[in-house]
Design a protein around this ligand. Structure first.
Ligand SMILES: [Zn+2]
Length: 180
């Protein structure tokens, strides 16, 4: 599979750089794209909703779009903070394919969020699936109805844990066709 373009990973706030590096390396293989990791930047203050103790992800995407340097770049912001959009209690990530920008949160990937002990491998596996889903949307893939496909729209941690970190045959074919 030949996919051109570049994925730009942008750490937002304090992050585990080992996890970010590993995520970037995996994205490079999955999308056959070059990946750059930018120096971390602070989360935009205007995205913070103090009442909800969350960040409005669409506002973050607007800020990321300002950092984009051309059509061939796809930007992925990563944060430890909890994300939301006004219509739902929380989201794991959001993508704006027209803007070429996406953001994901590690916040709910953590076992300890569910009262269990920390497991770096599982956090990473969940974060990678969500990252592939959101970057996949930047490659113009839609959500997939196959619950095992990485493009399945995950609304719960069970959804994320059920799906694989791979594309189903249909999504893979679409990705190859839309490679630019
Ligand atoms: Zn699929």
């Amino acid at each position: 599979m030949k996919t051109r373009g570049k994925i730009i990973v942008i750490p937002l706030g304090d992050l585990d750089f080992y996890q970010v590096n590993k995520l970037a390396a995996n994205l490079s293989v999955v999308f056959s794209a070059g990946v750059d990791i930018l120096q971390g930047v602070d989360l935009p203050e205007e995205a913070e909703n103090e009442q909800r103790s969350q960040y409005y992800s669409t506002v973050i995407l607007t800020k990321l779009e300002l950092m984009r340097q051309g059509e061939s770049e796809r930007l992925l912001g990563i944060t430890e903070e909890d994300l939301y959009i006004p219509t739902v209690p929380f989201i794991y990530g959001e993508a704006d394919p027209a803007a070429g920008c996406a953001v994901i949160s590690f916040y709910r990937m953590r076992q300890e969020f569910y009262g269990e002990s920390e497991d770096d491998q599982q956090i990473f596996s969940r974060a990678l699936k969500e990252a592939i889903t959101q970057v996949g949307r930047l490659y113009q893939l839609g959500h997939c109805s196959n619950p095992r496909c990485v493009m399945y729209h995950s609304k719960s941690m069970v959804d994320i844990d059920t799906k694989a970190d791979k594309f189903c045959d249909n999504c893979r074919r679409r990705l190859v066709r839309r490679s630019v």
